[in-house]
Design a protein around this ligand. Sequence first.
Ligand SMILES: Nc1ncnc2c1ncn2[C@@H]1O[C@H](COP(=O)(O)OP(=O)(O)OP(=O)(O)O)[C@@H](O)[C@H]1O
Ligand SMILES: [Mg+2]
Length: 231
Amino acid sequence: MKQEDNVVIKLSGHAYFSDLNFDLLRRLTNIILEVKTKGYRIGLVAGGGGIARSYIKILKNFGLSNSICDLIGIETSRLNAKLIASILGKECCISIPNSYDELLKIVMNNRYKVIITGGLQPGQSTNTVAVLLAEIMKAKILIITTDVDGVYSRDPKKYPNAKFLNEISVTELTKILKTTHQAGEYGLFDVLSLVLLKRLKVPVYVISGYTPENILEIIMGKHVGTLIKPN
Ligand SMILES: Nc1ncnc2c1ncn2[C@@H]1O[C@H](COP(=O)(O)OP(=O)(O)OP(=O)(O)O)[C@@H](O)[C@H]1O
Ligand SMILES: [Mg+2]
Protein backbone atom coordinates (compact mmCIF):
# COMPACT_ATOMS: atom_id res chain seq x y z
CA MET A 1 0.00 0.00 0.00
CA LYS A 2 1.13 3.54 -0.77
CA GLN A 3 1.13 6.01 2.08
CA GLU A 4 -1.67 8.18 0.69
CA ASP A 5 -3.93 5.12 0.32
CA ASN A 6 -7.21 4.80 2.19
CA VAL A 7 -8.00 2.08 4.69
CA VAL A 8 -11.36 1.26 6.29
CA ILE A 9 -11.50 -0.51 9.65
CA LYS A 10 -14.59 -2.02 11.23
CA LEU A 11 -14.28 -1.73 15.01
CA SER A 12 -15.75 -4.86 16.60
CA GLY A 13 -18.64 -4.01 18.88
CA HIS A 14 -17.97 -7.13 20.92
CA ALA A 15 -14.19 -6.70 21.29
CA TYR A 16 -14.12 -2.95 22.00
CA PHE A 17 -17.44 -1.82 23.39
CA SER A 18 -19.02 -4.66 25.37
CA ASP A 19 -16.75 -4.19 28.39
CA LEU A 20 -14.97 -0.90 27.99
CA ASN A 21 -11.29 -1.55 28.69
CA PHE A 22 -8.99 1.45 29.09
CA ASP A 23 -5.80 -0.37 28.08
CA LEU A 24 -7.35 -1.96 24.95
CA LEU A 25 -8.97 1.30 23.79
CA ARG A 26 -5.68 3.14 24.38
CA ARG A 27 -3.79 0.58 22.28
CA LEU A 28 -6.44 0.75 19.55
CA THR A 29 -6.54 4.55 19.34
CA ASN A 30 -2.72 4.79 19.47
CA ILE A 31 -2.50 2.39 16.52
CA ILE A 32 -5.09 4.40 14.57
CA LEU A 33 -3.07 7.58 15.18
CA GLU A 34 0.15 5.79 14.17
CA VAL A 35 -1.45 4.64 10.89
CA LYS A 36 -2.65 8.20 10.28
CA THR A 37 0.80 9.64 11.03
CA LYS A 38 2.23 7.33 8.37
CA GLY A 39 0.03 9.15 5.84
CA TYR A 40 -2.87 6.74 5.37
CA ARG A 41 -6.41 8.05 5.32
CA ILE A 42 -8.65 6.13 7.70
CA GLY A 43 -12.38 5.41 7.81
CA LEU A 44 -13.76 3.72 10.93
CA VAL A 45 -17.09 1.99 11.55
CA ALA A 46 -18.07 1.21 15.15
CA GLY A 47 -20.18 -1.87 15.91
CA GLY A 48 -22.88 -2.10 18.57
CA GLY A 49 -21.46 -4.85 20.80
CA GLY A 50 -23.03 -6.30 23.94
CA ILE A 51 -24.85 -3.08 24.87
CA ALA A 52 -26.72 -3.12 21.56
CA ARG A 53 -27.60 -6.80 22.05
CA SER A 54 -28.93 -6.12 25.60
CA TYR A 55 -31.19 -3.35 24.33
CA ILE A 56 -32.36 -5.46 21.39
CA LYS A 57 -33.05 -8.49 23.61
CA ILE A 58 -35.25 -6.55 26.02
CA LEU A 59 -37.13 -4.82 23.20
CA LYS A 60 -37.76 -8.16 21.51
CA ASN A 61 -39.19 -9.45 24.81
CA PHE A 62 -41.60 -6.51 24.66
CA GLY A 63 -42.56 -7.63 21.16
CA LEU A 64 -41.02 -4.74 19.26
CA SER A 65 -40.21 -5.10 15.58
CA ASN A 66 -36.81 -5.87 14.04
CA SER A 67 -36.67 -2.37 12.53
CA ILE A 68 -37.11 -0.67 15.91
CA CYS A 69 -34.53 -3.03 17.45
CA ASP A 70 -32.15 -2.18 14.60
CA LEU A 71 -32.67 1.55 15.18
CA ILE A 72 -31.78 1.13 18.87
CA GLY A 73 -28.73 -0.93 17.86
CA ILE A 74 -27.72 1.91 15.54
CA GLU A 75 -27.97 4.41 18.42
CA THR A 76 -25.59 2.32 20.54
CA SER A 77 -23.09 2.03 17.67
CA ARG A 78 -23.26 5.83 17.26
CA LEU A 79 -22.43 6.23 20.95
CA ASN A 80 -19.49 3.84 20.49
CA ALA A 81 -18.36 5.88 17.47
CA LYS A 82 -18.59 9.09 19.52
CA LEU A 83 -16.46 7.48 22.23
CA ILE A 84 -13.65 6.71 19.77
CA ALA A 85 -14.00 10.13 18.09
CA SER A 86 -13.67 11.81 21.51
CA ILE A 87 -10.53 9.83 22.36
CA LEU A 88 -8.97 10.62 18.96
CA GLY A 89 -9.75 14.32 19.48
CA LYS A 90 -8.72 16.82 16.81
CA GLU A 91 -7.43 14.07 14.50
CA CYS A 92 -10.99 12.78 13.98
CA CYS A 93 -14.34 14.13 12.75
CA ILE A 94 -16.45 14.46 15.87
CA SER A 95 -19.79 14.57 14.08
CA ILE A 96 -21.30 11.11 13.63
CA PRO A 97 -23.39 10.89 10.43
CA ASN A 98 -27.09 9.99 10.50
CA SER A 99 -27.31 8.83 6.90
CA TYR A 100 -25.18 7.71 3.96
CA ASP A 101 -25.67 11.19 2.53
CA GLU A 102 -24.18 12.80 5.66
CA LEU A 103 -21.37 10.24 5.65
CA LEU A 104 -20.55 11.13 2.05
CA LYS A 105 -20.41 14.85 2.93
CA ILE A 106 -18.06 14.17 5.85
CA VAL A 107 -15.79 12.06 3.60
CA MET A 108 -15.74 14.80 0.92
CA ASN A 109 -15.09 17.67 3.35
CA ASN A 110 -12.48 16.12 5.65
CA ARG A 111 -9.48 14.99 3.66
CA TYR A 112 -7.08 15.07 6.62
CA LYS A 113 -9.14 13.67 9.48
CA VAL A 114 -10.12 10.19 10.54
CA ILE A 115 -13.73 9.53 9.49
CA ILE A 116 -15.97 7.61 11.87
CA THR A 117 -19.53 6.34 11.71
CA GLY A 118 -21.79 3.85 13.45
CA GLY A 119 -24.70 2.02 11.87
CA LEU A 120 -26.88 3.94 9.44
CA GLN A 121 -29.79 1.88 8.26
CA PRO A 122 -32.14 -0.76 9.73
CA GLY A 123 -31.90 -4.20 8.10
CA GLN A 124 -28.14 -4.12 7.69
CA SER A 125 -25.14 -4.73 9.94
CA THR A 126 -22.28 -2.35 10.63
CA ASN A 127 -20.15 -4.69 8.47
CA THR A 128 -22.33 -3.61 5.54
CA VAL A 129 -21.63 0.02 6.47
CA ALA A 130 -17.91 -0.82 6.50
CA VAL A 131 -18.06 -2.33 3.01
CA LEU A 132 -19.97 0.70 1.68
CA LEU A 133 -17.56 3.14 3.37
CA ALA A 134 -14.68 1.23 1.73
CA GLU A 135 -16.44 1.80 -1.61
CA ILE A 136 -17.11 5.48 -0.91
CA MET A 137 -13.50 6.11 0.17
CA LYS A 138 -12.03 3.90 -2.57
CA ALA A 139 -10.13 2.08 0.16
CA LYS A 140 -7.25 -0.18 -0.86
CA ILE A 141 -7.96 -2.49 2.05
CA LEU A 142 -10.79 -3.29 4.47
CA ILE A 143 -9.99 -4.64 7.94
CA ILE A 144 -12.80 -6.25 9.94
CA THR A 145 -11.92 -6.65 13.60
CA THR A 146 -14.03 -9.06 15.63
CA ASP A 147 -13.93 -11.13 18.83
CA VAL A 148 -12.42 -14.24 17.20
CA ASP A 149 -9.10 -14.35 15.34
CA GLY A 150 -10.48 -14.86 11.83
CA VAL A 151 -12.86 -16.94 9.76
CA TYR A 152 -13.32 -20.63 10.62
CA SER A 153 -14.99 -23.46 8.72
CA ARG A 154 -17.90 -23.13 11.20
CA ASP A 155 -18.74 -20.84 14.12
CA PRO A 156 -15.76 -21.50 16.46
CA LYS A 157 -17.80 -20.62 19.55
CA LYS A 158 -20.28 -23.39 18.82
CA TYR A 159 -17.86 -25.88 17.22
CA PRO A 160 -14.48 -25.97 19.03
CA ASN A 161 -13.07 -28.26 16.31
CA ALA A 162 -13.81 -25.77 13.53
CA LYS A 163 -10.84 -25.23 11.21
CA PHE A 164 -9.15 -21.83 11.00
CA LEU A 165 -9.00 -20.51 7.43
CA ASN A 166 -5.99 -18.47 6.32
CA GLU A 167 -7.84 -17.28 3.25
CA ILE A 168 -11.20 -17.73 1.60
CA SER A 169 -13.07 -16.35 -1.41
CA VAL A 170 -16.28 -14.36 -0.97
CA THR A 171 -18.19 -17.17 -2.72
CA GLU A 172 -16.84 -19.82 -0.32
CA LEU A 173 -17.50 -17.52 2.65
CA THR A 174 -21.11 -17.09 1.55
CA LYS A 175 -21.46 -20.88 1.49
CA ILE A 176 -20.09 -21.52 5.01
CA LEU A 177 -21.76 -18.68 6.93
CA LYS A 178 -25.20 -19.25 8.37
CA THR A 179 -26.68 -15.82 7.83
CA THR A 180 -29.80 -14.69 9.66
CA HIS A 181 -31.61 -11.43 9.22
CA GLN A 182 -32.71 -10.66 12.76
CA ALA A 183 -31.71 -7.46 14.59
CA GLY A 184 -28.63 -8.09 16.71
CA GLU A 185 -27.98 -11.47 15.04
CA TYR A 186 -26.27 -10.56 11.81
CA GLY A 187 -23.34 -12.81 12.71
CA LEU A 188 -19.86 -12.49 11.25
CA PHE A 189 -21.23 -11.07 7.94
CA ASP A 190 -24.84 -10.39 6.99
CA VAL A 191 -26.17 -11.25 3.53
CA LEU A 192 -26.00 -7.68 2.24
CA SER A 193 -22.34 -7.25 3.26
CA LEU A 194 -21.49 -10.51 1.43
CA VAL A 195 -23.26 -9.34 -1.72
CA LEU A 196 -21.47 -5.97 -1.56
CA LEU A 197 -18.10 -7.65 -0.88
CA LYS A 198 -18.38 -9.28 -4.30
CA ARG A 199 -18.29 -5.94 -6.06
CA LEU A 200 -15.81 -4.26 -3.68
CA LYS A 201 -12.85 -6.16 -5.14
CA VAL A 202 -10.26 -5.20 -2.53
CA PRO A 203 -8.56 -7.50 0.01
CA VAL A 204 -10.54 -7.86 3.24
CA TYR A 205 -8.85 -9.08 6.42
CA VAL A 206 -10.78 -10.50 9.38
CA ILE A 207 -8.71 -10.23 12.56
CA SER A 208 -9.09 -10.26 16.33
CA GLY A 209 -9.86 -6.84 17.77
CA TYR A 210 -7.97 -7.80 20.94
CA THR A 211 -4.61 -7.30 19.20
CA PRO A 212 -5.12 -3.91 17.50
CA GLU A 213 -1.37 -3.81 16.68
CA ASN A 214 -2.20 -6.26 13.87
CA ILE A 215 -4.03 -3.45 12.03
CA LEU A 216 -0.65 -1.81 11.41
CA GLU A 217 0.97 -5.16 10.54
CA ILE A 218 -1.62 -5.77 7.81
CA ILE A 219 -1.20 -2.28 6.39
CA MET A 220 2.55 -2.90 6.27
CA GLY A 221 1.89 -6.01 4.16
CA LYS A 222 1.86 -8.85 6.70
CA HIS A 223 -0.78 -11.58 6.57
CA VAL A 224 -2.69 -11.79 9.87
CA GLY A 225 -6.07 -13.46 10.47
CA THR A 226 -8.14 -14.48 7.44
CA LEU A 227 -7.80 -12.87 4.02
CA ILE A 228 -11.08 -12.74 2.11
CA LYS A 229 -10.01 -12.63 -1.51
CA PRO A 230 -12.01 -10.66 -4.03
CA ASN A 231 -13.63 -13.14 -6.45
N1 LIG B 1 -17.40 -19.26 10.29
C1 LIG B 1 -17.20 -18.39 11.30
N2 LIG B 1 -15.95 -17.95 11.58
C2 LIG B 1 -15.73 -17.07 12.58
N3 LIG B 1 -16.72 -16.57 13.38
C3 LIG B 1 -17.99 -16.97 13.14
C4 LIG B 1 -18.30 -17.89 12.09
N4 LIG B 1 -19.64 -18.11 12.08
C5 LIG B 1 -20.14 -17.36 13.07
N5 LIG B 1 -19.18 -16.69 13.73
C6 LIG B 1 -19.42 -15.83 14.90
O1 LIG B 1 -19.34 -14.47 14.54
C7 LIG B 1 -19.02 -13.76 15.73
C8 LIG B 1 -18.58 -12.36 15.40
O2 LIG B 1 -19.69 -11.61 14.94
P1 LIG B 1 -20.47 -10.67 15.96
O3 LIG B 1 -21.43 -9.84 15.17
O4 LIG B 1 -21.02 -11.45 17.10
O5 LIG B 1 -19.29 -9.75 16.57
P2 LIG B 1 -18.73 -8.35 16.05
O6 LIG B 1 -19.07 -8.19 14.60
O7 LIG B 1 -17.29 -8.33 16.42
O8 LIG B 1 -19.54 -7.33 16.95
P3 LIG B 1 -20.54 -6.15 16.42
O9 LIG B 1 -21.49 -6.80 15.45
O10 LIG B 1 -21.21 -5.67 17.66
O11 LIG B 1 -19.65 -5.14 15.81
C9 LIG B 1 -17.96 -14.61 16.38
O12 LIG B 1 -17.89 -14.40 17.77
C10 LIG B 1 -18.40 -16.02 16.02
O13 LIG B 1 -19.05 -16.66 17.12
MG1 LIG C 1 -21.14 -8.16 13.91
